[in-house]
Write a protein that binds this ligand. Structure first.
Ligand SMILES: [Mg+2]
Length: 246
């Protein structure tokens, strides 16, 4: 049986939280990181800022050169952490096997739980979970996310990148990955190294599970399904504030 992995990635997370809390920022080139006269890098920026060539991890000086009309802000990590906790809490309702990549991004292995939420091996359960996550994220946090369904971590990641923002895309097996590569050859060549796809998919590594956020999943379904060693789940790992690419 193929594994079913979801890649969930919040859309322009830090900027989206600021826009949610101050709608006047909507539609404007917003750059989170530092003020123009300060040293620092871009943590994240709105899609309007990206049109000017501004990117995550770029120096603020370079961002200002490209987009002097942008709105520059310091990050408010407390606020982003709160939003992240709410989002992680939603994910935990669907599986205990979660790899947290950063505050706004993670992989969920729902191989053992997808059937509880919809049709069997056809993937219907995965799509239902993906749609529920998107809907709940919007209604409970006011933010949008992109979800990719894959048979490995890398295929799920490629799927979540495919229709960003607010997208849902599925690469359920290697055949669909190959057809995607053929259809969107240009995209693939521009954005990822071909060797990495092949290598990572062959390797198809398991998720690295660092910690468990208050999982309602465990209490609801835990007795029915064995998700492997719980010792790993208890290992606490602080949130990755250094991983600020959103
Ligand atoms: Mg993101």
């Amino acid at each position: 049986m193929n594994r079913i992995i979801l890649s969930v990635d919040m859309d322009m997370f830090f900027a989206a939280v600021e826009i949610r809390d101050n709608p006047e920022l909507k539609g404007k080139p917003l750059i989170i990181g530092a003020l123009p006269h300060e040293r620092g890098v871009v943590s994240t920026c709105s899609y309007e800022a990206r049109k000017y060539g501004v990117r995550s991890a770029m120096s603020i000086k370079e961002a200002y050169r490209l987009c002097p009309q942008g709105i520059y802000m310091h990050p408010n990590m407390k606020k982003y952490k709160e939003a992240s906790d709410a989002v992680h809490g939603i994910w935990a309702a669907y599986t205990d096997l979660i790899e947290y990549v950063s505050l706004d991004e993670g992989f969920m292995d729902i191989t053992g739980s997808a059937h509880l939420f919809g049709a069997g091996s056809s993937g219907g359960g995965a799509e239902k979970i993906a749609n529920e996550i998107k809907k709940r994220t919007k209604s409970e946090t006011g933010l949008t996310c992109s979800v990719g369904i894959g048979y490995s971590i890398m295929s799920a990641k490629l799927a979540s990148e495919e229709l960003k923002p607010d997208g849902l895309f599925s690469i359920p097996n290697p055949e669909s990955l190959i057809s995607l590569i053929i259809r969107f050859r240009k995209f693939v060549l521009q954005n990822i190294v071909f060797f990495d796809i092949i290598y990572l998919n062959l390797r198809s590594r398991p998720l690295r599970i660092y910690h468990l956020v208050s999982s309602s999943f465990g209490s609801t379904f835990g007795s029915k399904h064995d998700f492997g060693s719980n010792e790993k789940l208890k290992t606490q790992q602080p949130h990755g504030f250094s991983a600020m690419k959103c």
